[in-house]
Design a protein around this ligand. Structure first.
Ligand SMILES: C[S@@+](CC[C@H](N)C(=O)[O-])C[C@H]1O[C@@H](n2cnc3c(N)ncnc32)[C@H](O)[C@@H]1O
Length: 242
């Protein structure tokens, strides 16, 4: 696909974000996703997942975690949560090709194909719902957050990781240069599809971050919602308690 074509599609995808398009994009990128993810984040994604597990550990306070990892992709955050003592973890994703890789990496975990906006689980099934770098892609963000709330038990928590656009001007300009000029070119070394990585910077910029994201959590019913910027504000962790 020519860059201009893929850029146009990426632009329209940020606006439309239909399940079908998102699924297609991640199915296409699945074979190289892990490598790209680690290279493009310069390995900091391991640290961000570790931070999510530390937060989960302190929130759950010795309760045996029953975890749902939504937008699990190739399963890295689900795998991280298995390190919580006594955890049982289920992963859910739109993309069957991402799930094929997740299943190879974590054969003992249960993975389901499905949509965040209509989770195939009963009310109050889990005490932890996680989502790593996925909610930005949801077709309907409000509905997704309502579903997170619905499947959590009272006292349960949602932990969401997302990329962040740094707020400090100098760091922001360096970051945007990397994101818009370097990252798509780097991505092309690994995959023929630069499409996903044209989409990536646009979707990060368009997504409500920090205080602007919290109403999605509180309007879904969560009574406490906070955020924690990480690594020079290049990533952010949202935490909400039911
Ligand atoms: C950037 S990947 C993140 C994968 C993994 N969580 C990680 O931390 O590397 C985003 C994932 O979200 C999934 N996704 C996007 N929209 C979704 C939705 N509405 N319901 C379920 N999964 C969705 C995609 O299929 C993709 O696998």
């Amino acid at each position: 696909m020519a860059t201009t074509d893929s850029t146009k599609i990426a632009e329209s995808l940020v606006e439309t974000k239909s399940h079908q398009h998102i699924q297609h994009m991640f199915d296409e990128v699945a074979p190289t996703y892990d490598l790209l993810n680690h290279v493009l984040s310069m390995g900091t994604d391991f640290y961000w997942r570790w931070r999510a597990r530390q937060k989960a550990k302190s929130l759950l306070n010795h309760i045996e975690p029953k975890v749902l990892d939504v937008a699990t992709g190739t399963g890295d955050l689900a795998l991280e949560m298995t390190k919580l003592r006594g955890a049982s973890v289920t992963g859910l994703d739109l993309s069957p090709e991402m799930l094929v890789i997740a299943k190879k990496k974590c054969p003992d975990l249960e993975f389901r194909q499905g949509k965040a906006e209509s989770l195939p689980f009963d009310d109050q099934t889990f005490n932890l719902v996680t989502a790593g770098f996925g909610v930005r892609n949801f077709e309907n963000l409000s509905k997704g957050m309502q579903e997170f709330y619905r499947v959590l038990k009272p006292g349960g928590a949602a932990i969401i990781l997302e990329p962040m656009v740094p707020r400090q001007a100098i760091i922001k300009s360096l970051y945007m240069f990397y994101f818009k000029s370097v990252l798509p070119k780097l991505a092309k070394l690994f995959t023929k599809s630069s499409f996903a990585y044209d989409y990536l910077p646009r979707s990060v910029e368009a997504f409500p971050q920090c205080e602007r994201f919290l109403p999605y959590l509180t309007q879904a019913g969560f009574n406490k919602a906070e955020f924690y910027p990480m690594t020079f504000e290049t990533a952010i962790m949202y935490v909400a308690v039911k």
